[in-house]
Design a protein around this ligand. Structure first.
Ligand SMILES: [Ca+2]
Length: 141
């Protein structure tokens, strides 16, 4: 069992899906085909700040965490804005924590900490992530 802490920080320069040249973005996290979290919707903002944290208990690292961004539309089907995968297996090997930027038609800042607990051994802590920093966007969280 692993404890996966996810911090959804913000989006940067996300895709336009509404006629006014903006979008109403929210983020869904899926693991093993199941939705595990849905963020709040930030209306009319391509640079939304969510600042939401969730903790998941994960049994296996073989399933990637699927991150999807949608534009909320009142009364209509929501529009897809972009997606990213966070590969939990690859996280374990890199022991650092940072805020990470994933390309999703724009960028998402997500911090990830994976804590591994192997049987009755004392919990081994892995602080982890992988990073896609855009060269033009210097601000880290
Ligand atoms: Ca909309």
């Amino acid at each position: 069992m692993y404890r996966l802490e996810i911090e959804l920080k913000r989006g940067h320069d996300l895709a336009i899906r509404d006629r006014g040249g903006t979008s109403d973005p929210y983020v869904k996290f899926k693991l093993g085909g199941k939705e595990v979290f849905r963020s709040k919707t930030i209306h009319k903002n391509l640079n939304p700040v969510w600042d939401e944290k969730i903790t998941l208990i994960v049994e296996s690292l073989s399933e990637p965490l699927y991150v999807k961004v949608f534009d909320y539309d009142f009364g209509l089907q929501d529009d897809f804005m972009g997606s990213a995968f966070i590969y939990l297996e690859s996280l374990e090997q890199q022991r650092f924590v940072r805020c990470f930027w994933y390309l999703v038609g724009g960028l998402l800042a997500i911090g990830v900490i994976l804590t591994g607990d192997a049987g009755d051994m004392s919990p081994a802590k892995f602080i982890i992530g992988s990073c896609v920093p855009p060269p033009t966007f210097k601000k880290a969280c």
